[in-house]
Design a protein around this ligand. Structure first.
Ligand SMILES: Cc1cc2nc3c(=O)[nH]c(=O)nc-3n(C[C@H](O)[C@H](O)[C@H](O)COP(=O)(O)O)c2cc1C
Ligand code: SF4
Ligand code: SF4
Length: 246
């Protein structure tokens, strides 16, 4: 089984590529909390993005509640846009056990408050390069390689220790919509943590810290959602590469 989390579709695509090559099945983490993994000895993969050099809140919750007997080859595949820091350290802590192998595939950036997400040429080049990285990861997983094969840790634990607390302190307060909103409800439907309801034809965010996955912002058909002052100019991105779930 390959469990994944995604906001804009990058990690879903990577998980689907692995599943296709490995004859495995994918499952969306938020739909499997708590997950109990059968004691069948089959490999267990975890594919997810890196947020503030740490792990998305739902990934942490998934890992904390996952029940396994431990008789599996386990691996993570992180999908940051630049570097992963010590995200795997946080994941293993939440899982309460070490993972056999760690991999990393660089994917296009989805952090709309700060980075241009709509540079199609740049995104296409990143996705092209990612195909090679995914092929390497597949070969290593097939060989049941062990150890840390992530070559994109950047500043490692230092980045995680300094930046991840800032992620945990973010709240839904900065979300806003403009008049382009049609009240279609897609954002509420896609939110993996049920932070959005449609109230009087407009999305309303529940108070608190959400995952900041930006599934709502990037998938909105009219680009009506902003997060802070700068996301508007950075555009939308959803992974253009799609495979069916295995
Ligand atoms: C809230 C947030 C924080 C992010 N932080 C990092 C980061 O610390 N390092 C990094 O390399 N990429 C970071 N990214 C980029 C994503 O990890 C990357 O674009 C990933 O492929 C998105 O995957 P998804 O489409 O499956 O959600 C961040 C993205 C978001 C939305
Ligand atoms: S997806 Fe966009 S258009 Fe649809 S309700 Fe949400 S903000 Fe409005
Ligand atoms: S409100 Fe938007 S960014 Fe937050 S968890 Fe839901 S979909 Fe993701």
């Amino acid at each position: 089984m390959i469990y994944y989390f995604t906001g804009a579709g990058n990690s879903r695509y990577v998980a689907q590529r692995l599943a296709k090559a490995l004859g495995d099945t994918v499952a969306f983490m938020p739909h499997h909390i708590p997950a109990t993994v059968p004691d069948n000895g089959e490999p267990l993969g975890f594919v997810f993005p890196v947020y503030f050099w740490g792990i998305p809140t739902l990934v942490k919750r998934f890992a904390q509640q996952l029940q396994t007997t431990g008789n599996h080859y386990t691996y993570t595949v992180l999908t940051p846009s630049g570097s992963s820091g010590d995200a795997i350290g946080l994941f293993e802590k939440a899982l309460r056990r070490p993972v056999d192998a760690h991999y990393c595939v660089l994917m296009p950036d989805t952090y709309a408050p700060m980075f241009d997400c709509a540079d199609h040429d740049k995104n296409a080049a990143v996705l092209e390069r990612a195909e090679g990285e995914i092929d390497n990861v597949i070969a290593l997983i097939k060989a049941h390689a062990t150890g840390d094969h992530d070559t994109h840790h950047g500043r490692g634990r230092l980045a995680t220790v300094t930046m991840y607390p800032l992620y945990l302190a973010t709240t839904t307060r900065r979300f806003a919509t403009n008049d382009a909103c049609t009240g279609c409800g897609l954002c509420a439907k896609l939110c993996p943590d049920h932070f959005i309801t449609i109230d009087n034809g407009r999305p309303k965010w529940r108070k608190g810290h959400c995952n900041l996955c930006f599934a709502c912002l990037h998938h909105c058909p009219t680009f009506a959602i902003q997060y802070g002052r700068n996301s508007r100019k950075h555009g939308q991105y959803t992974c253009p590469k799609k495979l069916s779930d295995q």
